[in-house]
Every structure is written in C-alpha cells, then in structure tokens.
Design a protein around this ligand. Sequence first.
Ligand code: ADP
Length: 391
Amino acid sequence: MKILSVNAGSSSLKFQLYNMPEEKVLISGLMERIGVGNSFYTIKVNGEKIKKEVELNNHEEAFETLVKELEENHVVEDLNEIEGIGHRVVQGGDYFDKSVVIDDDVLSKIEELSSLAPLHNPAAVIGIKAAKDVFPNAVQTVVFDTAFHQTMKKENYLYALPMKWYTDLKVRRYGAHGTSHKFVSERMNEILGRTDTKLITCHIGNGASISAVVNGKCINTSMGLTPNAGLIMGTRCGDIDASIIPYVMEKTGMTAKEIDTAINKESGLLAISQKSSDSRDIEDGIASGDENCILAQKMYVRRIVDYIAKYYVEMNGCDAIIFTAGIGENAIDTRRDVLNELGSLGIYLDEEANNVRGKERLISTKDSKVECWVIPTDEELMIARDTMELL
Ligand code: ADP
C-alpha cells in the first residue's frame, strides 16, 4: 500500500511517499517559496538528490508538480495506487486527541482553530483542499501536533488565569511536536521491551519542547497555548514573567504584533548570543571564547535541566531520557552539558557513547539510574503509520 505524508506550510510543501507496511521511502521532497516567487524544489529518489527551479504559484501547482515527479520517476504507474494521504496539522485544539479521516466537519474545525495557529492551520487547509483535487480517490487523514498531549489532566493544561479566558477564548496548554514525542516514546518502549514506562522526551530543534510520558501517554509538556512556552529556543524566549509584556508595551509603545515578533523571532539563543539562533554557531562562538555565546549556552542548558528535573519529580522517577530533533540528535556538547547537570539524580553520561550524531544510541553509563538515548525522530513516518492504521 502506498501512502503519502504531507506537511504543508504557508509557502512550503514537504512530502514523503511510503510503501507500507514496509515503511520504505520511495520518494521525498521539499518545495519552497510557493506563491512568493523564485520557487524551487528538491527531490530525493533512488539515493539521488535533484534540485529544480520551477515557478509554483500556489499549492495546487505544487501538488501537480509532485504528481509529475511521481510519474516521471516511475514510483507510481497509476495515481490510484496512493491509497492514503496523511496531512500534518499543527493545532487540533481540544477537538482531536488522535489522527482522523478528513470530512467536512474535520475540515471546518481545523479552519475554526486557525486563530490559535494563524501561520500553520490555514496553510494545512490549503494543502488538504489541493490534495483532494489532485488525488480525488485517496483517503485523506490528518495528524495533529497537539493530539498526543490531549491526555494531560486539567491541572496540567489549565493556566491560573481568569476562567473566562479558558471557557470563552480556549486559552490553555495544548503543547506541540506531539507526533515526534509519540514517535520517540513508542520507539523507546520498543527498545525497553515494555510499555509500563516513565519517559522524558526532549525534542530539541530550532523549536524545542520536553514531554513527560507515562505508560505511553503524555502527562505534561513544556509548550503551551502556542509554541512560545517552556524552553529557550533558537529565536523564542520560552517561559518568561508575563508582566514583562505590558511593561515593555507601555514603556516603548510597541504593538502586540511587534511584541509577538520580538518574543518569537528576536529572542532565545539569538538574543543572548547576539550572534545566531543556530546551535552550531553558538558552539563555534564558545570555542573561540565568545562570552555571549557561553552565557547563551548556560541559560539554554539550565532551562532544559529544569524541565527534566521537574518531570522526573512529577513522574516519581524516570526510566529513560530521550534526545531528538536537530540539536537533540546532533549537538554532542549540549547533550553533555545537560546530562552533566543531572548527577544528583544518579544520571551519568558515557562521554564516548555520546560522540554520535543522528543515530540511535544509548549514551548513559551502565551504572546510570536512568538510561539516556539519542533516538532520531521521524514525524513523516508517524503520519504514514497513523494513516495506514486509519485506512
Ligand atoms: P526545526 O524543525 O524546529 O526547524 P530542527 O529539528 O531541524 O529544527 O533543528 C534545527 C537545529 O538543529 C539547527 O538550528 C541547529 O541549531 C541544530 N543542528 C543541526 N545540526 C547540528 C549539529 N551538527 N550540531 C549542532 N547543532 C545542530
């Protein structure tokens, strides 16, 4: 059975075509700058990477180009071979606690939730509609970034704010990266050979979040109403004193939109290092003695450690800590700095094992009370698995 995983952004389209249940990737690609001019795409097929510059004016054209590539590369002979298409949607609110087959009601709920994810949900809707036109016979499903976190209890998802904000405005913790937290926690349980586990999953990329997962269910997560909560990220501040915002607005006359840009795009590692949002540049800065980079890394690591410690206590112990995503999988120094802070919990890093990028590996010592692992995430595969299950 062939299943297509789709992740549509406002100007991008990421896709992977799988042969299921073998989970074999037949072709994958990323289309960029859709509708904004100078668009291009890269395709990976048969171990080869091809880049093409083609004007893509909208998502319909992107899907038509995708079909052309599928046919020209002979990964499908007939489009009807693609039985399912799984779409990633960022915000499912409290409507969806799992992946679902798309119908009119589902589509209108995703549209309704756009106010909570103004950059992402509308793009996904455009992608879904365009895919429907191009693949009318495939079953379309949607996989929500928030669904895995819907098992949180009220005491963990509610904010101590006026109750009307929750009942009328739906202000609560939703979390994000759920597909990734689910993927790595399922893989960890597979490795441990049991499902009655307590896990701390650290998805640390440009965006970053940590979840506490008990017996395969999320009980807490660091992102909130939006992704700008919890950890310090590339350009997001994470947790701050909320009163900073009205204070700065009053003092400077900045608008809500300007503040939003500052806390999402001009903060985090970028603000403290005054150099870059990319942890590779921070590593280089530290190596050359840049004081701002050294400070940025200290603050960054501190926040991760705080969340691991918080969830360790909340779960009353932990079987494994998992690192995933761009930084979690590749930043050897960041993993080292984090785990070296956790000795008081009996957690010990194996420095040699930690010398790994992008590969599954145990990185804690034999006598560490908690196993620490690097597990590469694969959100596209999770989407394909959920879609196959729904089919
Ligand atoms: P997102 O999906 O949130 O955009 P990713 O999970 O792709 O982010 O992570 C991107 C980040 O991973 C980059 O900003 C970079 O900081 C980090 N990264 C990637 N490769 C390395 C590496 N070899 N060493 C350190 N950091 C890395």
